[in-house]
Design a protein around this ligand. Structure first.
Ligand code: ADP
Ligand code: MG
Length: 255
């Protein structure tokens, strides 16, 4: 049975007419994102697809408030986003762990910036480490861990902040197929069982099957400049839609 559409759920995050210009090393301005508008609603997983260089990571960084838009606006629960804010967290493709810090210290980092006292940081970090299946590895250093376990640390560091909105920038693409499928299905279980407080997820991926499997909606960015090209409603959320016509259409649009 197809669940009801989530189009009436409250909007958590929105972008209005977002553009981003950068300046090339030769001093020439160029447009990376042009006039992007989108909405992320409670209960949704949205996948963002597009070729390399289409501006997906730049869009995520702008939505998170890590870089300012050149034009337009981002709103989080109705408030303009003018810098990094609690409530939103990012999982990186390359894990971005500090090699000189232990698993627990890496996870706690996300809370230090928020000014949370040491005892609470420790408690919450241990909870997040347990949740993501890393108990026993609290004192390990990243180099002692496999790629999959390193990305678990990346997830724990994001989840420890109890994010309302979780952004993931190609979180599984550095991992082998089996490891990424395991991690992805564990994450979907945590989400479906509401063991994480996250209300909505935006995932960047190159993997169309992954997008069809995880997302309620798929957004596609065109390249040069990055524009919102199309949006595909996945008819059966979290089911494999490889044989559905929408899936084929999607493949044709991108490649
Ligand atoms: P994607 O994640 O879709 O591969 P990116 O957002 O990483 O794309 O990059 C989009 C374009 O913006 C690329 O041409 C990249 O070189 C450029 N770009 C990204 N960040 C910067 C920056 N800080 N300064 C200049 N150019 C940038
Ligand atoms: Mg990218």
């Amino acid at each position: 049975m197809t669940p009801p559409p989530k189009t009436s759920n409250p909007v958590i995050l929105s972008a209005q007419h977002l553009s981003k210009f950068f300046v090339s090393p030769e001093g020439k301005p160029f447009t990376v994102l042009e006039d992007i508008s989108l909405e992320l609603r409670e209960g949704e997983i949205v996948a963002l697809l597009g070729r390399s260089g289409s501006g997906k990571s730049t869009l995520l960084r702008t939505l998170l408030g890590l870089i300012p838009p050149s034009r337009g606006e981002v709103r989080y629960r109705g408030q303009p986003v003018t810098g990094p804010m609690p409530g939103m967290a990012l999982v990186f493709q390359s894990f971005a762990l500090f090699p000189w810090l232990t698993v627990q210290q890496n996870v706690e980092l996300g809370l230090e910036a928020m000014g949370i006292p040491a005892a609470e940081r420790r408690r919450r970090a241990l909870d997040a480490i347990r949740l993501i299946g890393l108990d026993g590895f609290e004192s390990a250093f990243p180099k002692e861990l496999s790629g999959g376990m390193r990305q678990r640390v990346g997830f724990a560091r994001a989840l420890v902040t109890n994010p309302d909105v979780l952004f993931m920038d190609e979180p599984f693409s550095a991992l082998d197929v089996l490891t990424s499928e395991t991690l992805r299905s564990e994450l979907l279980d945590l989400w479906a069982e509401q063991r994480i407080p996250t209300k909505s997820i935006l995932i960047v991926t190159h993997n169309i099957e992954e997008a069809a499997l995880m997302a309620d909606r798929i957004l596609i960015l065109s390249a040069n400049p990055g524009r919102m090209r199309s949006e595909i409603q996945v008819p059966h959320p979290r089911l494999d839609n490889r044989n559905h016509p929408a899936f084929k259409e999607l493949v044709e649009q991108i490649y």
